[in-house]
Design a protein. Sequence first.
Length: 176
Amino acid sequence: MSQQLFPIDDKTPNGALRAGVGAVRQIMLHRYRPLYVEMRGERGKTNTTVYQFQRAVGTVESCKTLPRDIATNVRLLATGEGPAWRLVVTDATAVLELPDKVSLKLPAGAFKAAGTDQTAKETIARTYEALSSGGIPIRVEVNPQMCTDGRSETAYGARVLVRFEKRVFPGCASRF
């Protein structure tokens, strides 16, 4: 962690970084608590240029208690509520957890572009298609733009739609 202050140039799609930080600040219960932000970009000698906003979390008490809820090998992490679902992709595995305790294993290779071989400036929408181990087609659409559920003190860098059979599950992604 750097104690040095430097300007941040927000080059995220639709100003997602600024929008995400602003959204979290508006709903934070403790106004002067630190704000944790994950982003991708390039750090220069006098400033940082951000191309991808991943998430902002307003529930940290100090820099010593930063979130450790996402493993370092996670390449795509998307979640949604109402009903609750979760997609976790690593280099080796991909698992989609759906309502009613349905868990589908997907080929990790179908999500190859998720978090791998990306430059910091890649901010394009992506669509992934995979067949579950049971042969069910799954479509995952990731669109880089600020996303929040409006209830938690967290904003995410992408909106996600998971299409499974005739159902659509909307949510947000903090890794993509």
